[in-house]
Structure formats: C-alpha cells, structure tokens
Design a protein around this ligand. Structure first.
Ligand SMILES: [Zn+2]
Length: 347
C-alpha cells in the first residue's frame, strides 16, 4: 500500500494529495464525506491507487462512494475516472456535457494527448479507461450533485481554460471547487492548511502576486480551448457565487476569494498582453517565451526563490503550453475579425 497524504479541511472535506508524477503538493482530489460520499477530481490514472487508498483511510469502502465529479476532462483531473468507477461500482460520474462522451469513449482524447505528450504520456498520465455511458451524468449550464442530508454541490459551466469546465459550490461549506478556471495557485511556505495563508502581515511593498501571505498565482491557458473572453466571463461568474473559500486542484485552499479571483484575472490579461505584443513584433516561440520570462521575473520573484516548487508547477502547466494556447486563441480571433471585415466590405 502506498502512503497517502490526506488533510482535513473542515466541513467533512478532505484534500487528497494524488502525488502526480511522484510530486507532492501539485495535484489534489477532494473527498466530501457524509450520507453520499463524493470525490471531486480523480487525478491521473496513475494516481488511482493512491486515491483509492486515501478514500479507504477515510472509511470510504468499495460500495460507499456515491459520486465522482470532475471539473473538466483533462487527464490530470479525470484520468482516473475509469479506474475509480471500477473500484467503486456504485459511484456515478458527473461531468460537463461536452466532456461526457470522452469519458464513455476516451479513444480520441487519448490519441490527442499521446500526440502532445509523446513518450511521457504513460509515465505521467497513464490510460483513461472507458466508463459505461449509463453511469455518467452530464451537467449543462448548471446542475446539482446530491451529497445527502440536504447538502449538495451546485455545478456551473465555467469555460475558458477548457470548453467542458465546471466550477462547483458546496451548499454547506461555501467552498468553490475552481478546477483550473482560476489558473494554478501555489501556497506560500508554512501556509495554514485550512486557509492557505501564511502567518504574518501582508507585505505592502509587494502587492499582488508577490504578497507574502497569499502565495503565487499562475495562469493555465493551454491549447486547444483557451479563450480569454470566456475565461474572464467565468471568473466574473465565480466572483458572484459568494463562496467563502476556493479549493484549487493545483493546489489547495485559499480563503481570500475575491482577491484571488482578481489576481487570476490580472494574470490572464498580463500573459495575453505579452503574447499579443510578441505577435505584433512577429517573434517566434523562443523569443516570446524569453519576453514572458523577462517581464514576469519580478512578479514571480518569491516563487523563483523556491526553484524546486517553480519546477513542479512548470512540469504541470508549462510556459510553452500557456504561450501556445494564447497564440491559438489570438489566431482564431484574428481570423474571425478578418472574416467580419470581409463580410462588411461585401455588404
Ligand atoms: Zn489541471
């Protein structure tokens, strides 16, 4: 049996470190205990054993898990769905509707992941196994997951990072499962496990991303779906949900909800601005990356002082993937602007 790290977050919520790629503290799953135990996110297929063991340590046996919810179908979030539906034969799977068919038949999703990740695929992610369609429940714009005893998760479609992304609010705790819709969050050293905040005063000399107390935020803007307008709309919608704590899949809780969502927006706008600037100067990918690194060095100064942490998160969501995802979106935007202009000229 592998040893697993489980952290109680209050309100019967437990963070499970899925130990993705052997790294601790980068990819989380969450167990919500109660009448109808629920797992939010599975981690990768290669993490399935770790997650099953963690649930067992929380007293959730093979027949007990009622629901598995994934915020989206990227393999670091949903890769273990097939293994876990086998380990928990009573569990139903909840997913946004445009992701549902890929959990029933993962062949296309796996083929495209293999093209992107090549040989690293098996080691990092493993194989997403199919789940019988009748065990999958799709959520459209919104929908509920019953946790028993009157408690529920309210799912909200929050596209931008991916088309098929859901944010979920816990009716009892007020927690908002943000998936990757607000990017990646790196807690500060010595953070309180319940609030994500480090002890000590906020350093007024380092506002925003360099704040001592509130960790670092990085954008998650991968191809092929990233869309800035959709991502900003989703952040706006999440701000209106009135949640009391954000639970990041990468990684952990933070109680500064409004401030964190605002920082997520700032990150997106800044990265898109830099890639836009690079495109207008017709820079290639290497020069664009150099520009982004150069201009963000001060912003992530505190993170860069912890190179081992920076490396973990770079492995998870690389600057290259972010730049390529933003570039693809800008290309789509420019194409549709050209089409609009051409139509105007014709009419
Ligand atoms: Zn992710």
């Amino acid at each position: 049996m592998t040893t697993t790290a489980v952290t109680a977050l209050g309100s019967d919520v437990h963070l499970i470190d899925t130990a993705m790629s052997g790294y601790d503290g980068i990819t989380a799953a969450y167990a919500i205990l109660g009448e109808r135990p629920c797992l939010v996110e599975t981690g990768t297929a290669t993490s399935a054993r770790t997650v099953v063991d963690a649930l067992a340590s929380l007293g959730v046996g093979a027949q007990d898990l009622a629901t598995i919810v994934v915020t989206h179908i990227h393999l670091d979030h949903a890769g273990g769905v097939g293994d876990l539906t086998r380990a928990f034969p009573q569990a139903r799977v909840v997913v946004q509707e445009s992701g549902a068919k890929h959990l029933a038949d993962p062949s296309r999703l796996m083929a495209s992941a293999r093209r992107v990740f090549g040989d690293a695929m098996d080691e990092v992610f493993g194989e997403l196994l199919p789940t019988p369609a009748e065990r999958i429940e799709a959520i459209g714009a919104s929908g509920r997951v019953d946790l028993g005893g009157g408690r529920y998760l309210e799912g909200h479609h929050t596209p931008g990072h991916a088309r098929h992304h859901l944010g979920l609010v816990d009716s009892a705790s007020g927690d908002l499962y943000v998936g990757d819709a607000a990017g990646l969050y790196i807690p500060p050293d010595g953070a309180d496990p319940l609030t994500g905040l480090a002890p000590g005063p906020v350093d007024a000399a380092h506002p925003g991303n360099a704040a001592d107390v509130a960790g670092t935020m990085l954008p998650g803007t991968p191809p092929p779906d990233f869309d800035l307008d959709l991502a900003l709309d989703s952040l706006g919608r999440m701000r209106e949900l009135g949640s009391t704590r954000l639970l990041f899949s990468h990684y952990g809780p933070i109680t500064r909800v409004c401030e964190s969502l605002e920082r997520a927006e700032e990150e997106l706008r800044m990265w898109v601005g830099l890639v836009r600037e690079a495109r207008s100067e017709q820079m290639d990918l290497d020069h664009t990356l150099a520009l982004v690194r150069d201009r963000t060095r001060e912003r992530y100064a505190r993170l860069l002082q912890r190179p081992e942490v920076a490396a973990k998160f770079e492995a998870l969501s690389s600057s290259v993937a972010n730049v390529v995802g933003i570039s693809r979106w800008l290309e789509r935007l420019e194409r549709s602007e050209r089409l609009d202009a051409a139509e105007k000229q014709e009419s």
